[in-house]
Design a protein around this ligand. Structure first.
Ligand code: ADP
Ligand code: ASP
Ligand code: MG
Length: 408
């Protein structure tokens, strides 16, 4: 049996018209004799609306109940798509996470997939052509419903494709594929025909939400090529796969940007061994993920310590820092949520010096001040003011000639 997995994101199923259009797209695959496992996101902004409802009641909600509410979004779109498929004569059925079962751990809100039993899926596909599976949801051993974190339907799609040893995994979205940068931020963004797993991992981890980071990690681990495509118009999209031996490659392949983090600074803490651990341990014990970190040394043996966290964790992190400051004998705490992080990513950086200085010079020429810097082997990130984000992305896109195809 030849199976393909097709995942459709929220905008692709945002209303009945789009759902009918998606049904047509799936029918083309059926005509070629394939069986299709379809994974859907919740319709349009449904998940955001559900979160608003929860938070209007209580911001300190019980994580399990959050998943009970959020997982409903995908169930609606899955059922509707299956009805739309039946209506055009395609045999289809919805299979919910617990019916498979798609087993996860108990980390509510960001659960990890442990196992997918594909027997039921395979059996049902002997009888019908399409199974529609709601993305983003799973079930624990204790039969509690879980969700996989924002953007998690991508991971459902990839994990199902791996478990089913599918011929292909196609991720349909609202843009033509993976671009050199978010096409909604920079109109010169260029569609990439191919991206390596390594680069996609860095782009996703630094804000390119076109693919959820965990989905790329999963695909890379099992070496499953992904094709990112538009559900709105035909095209080849982008193939995300293991790096091929390319002789020529651009120094920088892509730029990502996020403005969803906040920067916290604790001033005047003693500059002694162990201070970073004392500041950051309580933060991580509270389950808060820290991104960029900078420690400054001042002349009087005191130091300012700055780090970024997701905005949703900023209040909690600030409270923790207040306590830390009291015990360490530190000074004031400052929180700035008007920041953005811009990252440039490229495997070609390894072989080229001067990429960082070109990045910094470009920002300087545009009078954009950098407040934090962090680097990895194939990525350089800077934290700047939020209202300079678009300007910075456009300037860097231009400086690294990302709008131009590489001559090989
Ligand atoms: P879906 O609902 O299909 O999962 P998402 O909204 O999660 O779609 O992801 C698609 C969006 O990702 C695009 O609309 C685009 O604004 C954004 N995006 C960010 N960086 C990139 C990039 N490098 N290439 C393509 N899209 C990007
Ligand atoms: N509906 C979920 C979200 O908005 C999962 C997804 O769309 O991938 O994050
Ligand atoms: Mg998404």
């Amino acid at each position: 049996m030849s199976i393909i997995v097709q995942k459709f994101g929220g905008t692709s199923v945002k209303d009945i018209k789009r759902i009918q259009y998606v049904a047509q797209t799936i029918s083309k695959e059926i005509e070629t004799g394939k069986k299709v496992v379809v994974v859907v996101s919740a319709m349009g902004k449904t998940t955001n609306n559900l979160i608003e409802l929860i938070e209007s009641l209580d911001k300190n909600y019980v994580p399990h109940e959050y998943d009970v509410v959020l997982s409903t979004g995908e169930q609606v779109s899955a059922g509707l798509l299956s009805i739309a498929l039946n209506k055009i004569g395609i045999t289809s059925k919805t299979l919910l996470g617990w019916q498979i079962p798609l087993l996860t751990d108990e980390n509510y809100n960001t659960a990890k997939i442990i196992d997918i039993d594909v027997r039921v899926i395979r059996k049902k596909l002997q009888e019908i052509d399409v199974l529609v599976i709601p993305g983003f949801q799973g079930v624990t051993e204790q039969k509690q419903i879980t969700t996989l974190g924002r953007g998690g339907s991508d991971t459902t799609g990839v994990a199902l494709a791996v478990a089913l040893k599918a011929d292909e995994c196609q991720i349909y979205t609202d843009v033509d594929g993976v671009f050199t940068t978010d096409p909604r931020v920079c109109d010169k963004a260029r569609l990439l025909k191919e991206v390596s797993f390594e680069e996609m991992l860095e782009l996703s981890s630094s804000g390119a939400k076109v693919l959820q980071l965990r989905a790329v990690e999963y695909a890379s681990k099992f070496n499953l090529p992904l094709r990112v495509l538009s559900s709105f118009q035909e095209g080849e999209g982008t193939l995300v796969q293991e790096e091929k031996n390319i002789m020529e490659r651009p120094i920088v392949s892509g730029i990502s940007s996020i403005d969803s983090e906040a920067k916290l600074t604790i001033r005047g803490v003693p500059d002694v061994p162990g201070v970073a651990a004392k500041i950051l341990s309580p933060i991580s014990e509270a389950g808060i993920e820290v991104d960029v970190i900078v420690q400054n040394i001042s002349a009087d043996n005191n130091t300012d310590f700055t780090f970024t966290v997701d905005k949703s964790d900023a209040n909690k992190a600030e409270d923790i820092l207040q306590k830390t400051s009291q015990t360490l004998g530190g000074g004031s705490i400052e929180v700035d949520d008007e920041i953005a992080k811009i990252s440039i990513v490229g495997r070609g950086m390894r072989a080229h010096a001067g990429v960082a200085s070109k990045m910094f010079q470009t920002l300087a020429k545009n009078e954009i001040n950098i407040s934090m810097i962090t680097t990895s082997e194939i990525k350089i990130s800077v934290v700047i003011k939020k209202d300079e984000m678009t300007k910075a992305v456009k300037a860097l896109h231009n400086a690294f000639d990302l709008d131009k195809e590489l001559d090989t």
